[in-house]
Write a new protein. Structure first.
Length: 92
């Protein structure tokens, strides 16, 4: 399965993820993850995060967003690349 991003592992539970400006919006699908995540925005221009049953929020550089495990969410394409640092909190 191919993902709409490139990922670089920094530690066991920390990755840098890059979504390119030319990613197809159709690839940015609703999904949920098996762990809680803290997502810190390193670069964004007009990209948004939409959580289940919420309106989209602009992703602001330097801000950290919390995404609980098993909650549907998606990113909405902006202009330029989106680069985030994701810290995964494994659920025991």
């Amino acid at each position: 399965m191919e993902f709409p991003f490139k990922e670089k592992k920094l530690e066991d539970n920390i990755v840098i993820r890059e979504f390119k400006e030319d990613v197809d919006s159709e690839e940015l699908v609703w999904h949920r993850d098996r762990e809680n995540r803290e997502v810190t925005i390193l670069q964004s221009s007009g990209w948004q995060l939409q959580m289940d049953n919420e309106v989209p929020k602009d992703l602001q550089e330097g801000k950290t967003y919390y995404i609980p495990a098993f909650v549907y969410h998606r990113v909405i394409k902006g202009s330029g690349d989106l680069i985030v640092k994701i810290k995964k909190e494994l659920i025991k």
